[in-house]
Design a protein around this ligand. Structure first.
Ligand code: PLP
Length: 426
């Protein structure tokens, strides 16, 4: 008879070749992706650091996750809906894939009044990131995209997965068949559109993650004109719009003519601490048409109905809570709190003599370490200050020489991080 192993002893095959394999070949597009998504890689290095220094009080200013509690006016709205689900009258099952009419109307009225965007143009979702993937299914594999360089990595990675790109080119650190639009201090973090070739889709994020800069009305007017001249579609990501404190537009639809060339995604994640609750939306105006005259919104609706069954009813109740007068005020307070954190980080690096960008209109500080490798700077700050940041290179080749410092965190944590950074770079 086979000897029984003690329960805590695992059978490990002596040779990996002995592992059973299916006859299914791996998706070649996923194989094209580099090392792994940026934030899991940052998390992996954080975990390795903790193994090395088990007692270290690590402060995470890396992944842009919110830290402060959700205002009660919003959680009360969710709790009420949750309890109602236990009653005959209050129970509801599948909802409309596009979201509850009342929430779509509230989003249109709160963020798009006077911009000609209607309730039916709004698709409520489980977050902006999820909508970016659904969007890629909408466009399919025969489109070419442009991205700001640097930018939120999901645009590029989802494009690779959708087979819109060629292989990764190690020498230039770019994928083939993507247009990387350089955004640097030299051009005020707005691309020189005169040197950008036509693409089908232009991903544009303002306020930008990671540079923290918001594009001005004049710049966005140029962008819309550029898209119109080329017959391109702008996918505008304004997940941080509420952080804008100057007169930069909060929506691309503030620019005349944008409805014919743009769609826009936004999210409650960074306004109400909904990174875990999950709620966002995408606006697809009726005026936006494909080359054959077919409505983009109709096709997006088809994708949403096929791949999504609507945002959670409880999250949607939270969204209505967010958009009540008290909820809007509470979200302003949350945003204001993180903006004060941002100022502390900005002042810290400025006082140390660094060139620092962003911060004014976004919860991100983009710190320049000229001539240095951004993973080396990341490692130095982690090793010596036990503070996690994000290396700029993870957002695109033009991010080399920068690190992104996120301002999400409890106040005492931010103050402690500032103290350690001052110690490190004094
Ligand atoms: N878009 C940008 C620019 C982001 O930085 C993030 C999150 O960090 C998202 C979208 C994702 O938002 P959500 O939580 O709504 O999926």
């Amino acid at each position: 008879p086979r000897r029984r192993l003690p329960v805590n002893v695992r059978c490990v095959s002596s040779s990996p070749a002995a592992a059973y394999t299916t006859k299914v070949s791996r998706n070649a597009n996923i194989a094209k992706l580099q090392a792994g998504y940026l934030f899991p890689e940052v998390a992996r290095r954080r975990a390795a650091h903790l193994l090395k220094y088990p007692d270290a009080k690590i402060i995470s200013l890396g992944v842009g996750d919110t830290s402060e509690p959700i205002p009660e006016v919003i959680t009360n709205a969710m709790a009420e809906r949750a309890h109602a689900l236990s009653t005959i009258d209050g129970y509801s099952g599948y909802g409309a894939e596009q979201g509850e009419k009342k929430l779509r109307a509230a989003i249109a009225a709160t963020y798009y009044s006077d911009l000609g965007i209607e309730e039916t143009d709004i698709f409520v979702s489980d977050g902006a990131k999820c909508d970016i993937s659904r969007l890629q299914i909408l466009f399919g594999s025969n489109v070419k995209i442009a991205v700001q360089d640097p930018s939120y990595p999901v645009y590029v990675d989802s494009s690779v997965i959708m087979d819109q790109t060629d292989l990764y080119q190690q020498d230039v650190q770019k994928y083939g068949n993507i247009e990387y639009m350089t955004c640097s201090p030299e051009n005020g973090f707005f691309p020189d559109l005169s040197s950008v070739p036509r693409t089908d889709i232009i991903f544009f994020c303002s306020p930008n993650n990671p540079t923290g800069t918001a594009s001005s009305r004049d710049q966005l007017t140029q962008l819309v004109k550029f898209a119109k001249d080329n017959g391109s579609i702008i996918f505008y990501d304004c997940a941080y719009a509420m952080y804008i404190s100057d007169d930069s537009p909060k929506s691309i639809f503030e620019i005349p003519g944008a409805k014919e060339v743009a769609m826009e995604t936004a999210s409650f994640s960074k306004y109400a601490g909904f990174t875990g609750v999950r709620l966002g939306w995408t606006v697809v105006p009726k005026e936006l048409l494909f080359s054959d005259g077919h409505s983009v919104a109709k096709d997006f609706n088809r994708i949403v109905c096929t791949s999504f069954n609507g945002a959670s009813t409880i999250s949607q109740a939270g969204g209505l809570g967010c958009l009540s007068p008290e909820g809007l005020e509470a979200m302003q307070d949350v945003v204001g709190f993180y903006k004060e954190n941002t100022k502390i980080i900005l002042d810290t690096f400025t006082s140390l003599g660094f060139n620092v960008y962003g911060a004014k209109n976004a919860p991100y500080v983009w710190v320049h370490f000229p001539g240095r490798n951004s993973w080396d700077v990341f490692a130095e700050i982690l090793e010596k200050a036990h503070v996690v940041t994000t290396p700029g290179i993870g957002f695109g080749p033009s991010g080399e020489g920068f690190v992104r410092v996120s301002a999400f965190g409890h106040r005492e944590t931010i103050i402690e991080a500032a103290r350690r950074l001052k110690q490190l770079y004094k």
